[in-house]
Design a protein around this ligand. Structure first.
Ligand code: ASP
Length: 446
């Protein structure tokens, strides 16, 4: 999660800055077209025009300066290294439930460096506790820094690491677990933990933030308070995601780990339950549980199965897509595919022979829908029936991302020699609420 010294700069401009040994935050002088500019070099968006430099002037305004052949750049002074002073940790009250906050990174563990505009990883679980002192009134909190990753960098090995850490704290007897996580792939991790830590005796709550904790519009504190309260008090033992229900701060939704997806790039209410409702809401200090099919807190049916096999692949079908890619991937060792098809679960007819060949080779092919809402039904049209005959397994109302994680988990747990029937049986078995025979209507319409 290190911030590159020249975040957002590329090509000739980057070269020029490197030649002058300039980093973001340094004070520099630019002479361009006879005009002189002095200010602090700011980080910039990767996708912006690469020929511009962003400077913060002494009056506080940022300007973009176009770099041309006659532009000269020089360093005036090096920028001071940003520092973060952690407020003192709040006092612990006695008699409260024990909650462990495991930090893995993401925006919730970042802050904006206002001088340069860069988002920096600066907060660990201890810092979060210190800057959200309300948490100490809800639970006795211990903290653990497991990773410091933006979640786009989370890999299967990190899911396993998280599952191991959670299992460790469950055995130590905590009353609830909170994992702070980047939002981008939080849905995948939530699904992975739902399969790896089945029917846990305590709540396992993943929480993130769309805006970093030091911004006035940050959702970090409210999400974190709801997550800790859920971990401390919820009557269920489930893997859930705690994020804003809508734009305002008053309600945080608790989504089931196998039903949740990030549907908005930047809004605070980016997370939605799909084909399902959130299982609970946290509002004004109260947790309101709305689902009635939950694993109760303290249940002794806990199963720990943290194995995953990465040789699974999610394919999104699009018009004119050629099926040969499936054979190439299968030849490279892929053991199973989730195809995200159109509508009720279709791909073009020229895919049928290749899919038949794959299933005859013992490679699993499951079908989900690009529609997200609703379930696949491959009995309605001829295309669907032909695909069924070729061995495609319709995956009901499972989210594609969840189906992929489940396939990795299924392949990992059944091991190398698993036959198609065994894989199919496990894929169609409801393990953690990922597959319902009757989808619940969505009350939170998008
Ligand atoms: N890219 C970040 C991440 O997923 C975004 C976030 O945390 O919200 O880690």
């Amino acid at each position: 999660m290190d911030m590159p010294e020249l975040q957002g700069y590329s090509g000739i401009v980057r070269k020029l800055l490197e030649q002058e040994n300039i980093s973001i935050g340094d004070e520099i002088e630019i002479i361009s077209d006879g005009r002189k500019y002095r200010g602090i070099l700011m980080a910039r968006y990767e996708l912006a025009d690469p020929n511009y430099i962003t400077l913060k002037l002494s009056n506080g305004y940022n300007i973009g300066i176009r770099v041309a052949e006659n532009t000269s750049i020089s360093k005036i002074s090096a920028g001071a290294k940003p520092m973060f002073m952690r407020p003192p940790k709040p006092q612990t009250l006695s008699g409260l439930p024990n909650v462990i906050i495991i930090s893995t990174g993401g925006t919730i563990a970042s802050r904006v460096e206002y001088r340069t505009g860069a988002v920096r990883p600066a907060l660990n679980a201890d810092d979060l506790l210190a800057i959200v002192p309300e948490l100490a009134e809800i639970a006795k909190i211990d903290t653990e820094v497991l990773y410091s990753l933006f979640s786009e960098n989370v890999q299967v090995q990190h899911w396993i690491g998280m599952a191991e850490a959670v299992d460790h704290f469950i055995h130590k007897g905590v009353d609830g677990v909170v994992l702070t996580h980047g939002t981008d792939t939080m849905g995948y991790t939530a699904a992975a933990l739902s399969f790896a830590l089945q029917k846990p005796p305590v709540p396992i709550v993943l929480v993130g933030a769309q805006r970093s904790s030091d911004r006035p519009s940050s959702d970090a504190a409210t999400n974190l308070i709801a997550a800790v309260a859920t971990a401390a008090k919820a009557p269920f033992g489930e893997v859930v995601v705690a994020m804003h229900k809508w734009h305002s701060d008053d309600i945080i939704a608790l989504h089931r780990g196998t039903r949740v997806i990030k549907l908005h790039t930047s809004s605070r209410d980016a997370f939605r339950s799909v084909n399902s409702r959130p299982i609970a809401y946290y509002q004004h200090g109260e947790l309101k549980v709305v689902a009635n099919d939950l694993n109760p807190r303290g249940s002794n049916n806990y199963t720990y199965k943290p194995k995953f096999d990465e040789r699974a692949f999610l394919v999104k079908f699009f018009p004119s897509m050629k099926p040969d890619i499936l054979s190439i991937l299968a030849d490279s060792g892929i053991r199973g595919f989730i195809i995200e098809g159109t509508g009720l679960g279709h791909v073009s007819s020229d895919w049928v022979p290749i899919i038949r060949e794959l299933t005859e080779r013992g490679i699993f092919v499951g079908m989900t829908s690009q529609c997200k809402f609703g379930r696949v039904n491959m009995n309605v049209y001829d295309t669907g029936r032909d695909l069924l005959k070729a061995g495609v397994v319709p995956l009901d109302d499972m989210l594609s991302e969840v189906a992929l994680v489940k396939l990795m988990w299924t392949l990992g747990n059944l091991g190398e020699g698993a036959g198609l029937e065994e894989i199919k049986k496990l894929m169609l078995m409801n393990i953690a609420g990922e597959i319902y025979s009757r989808s619940l209507p969505n009350t939170d319409s998008w």
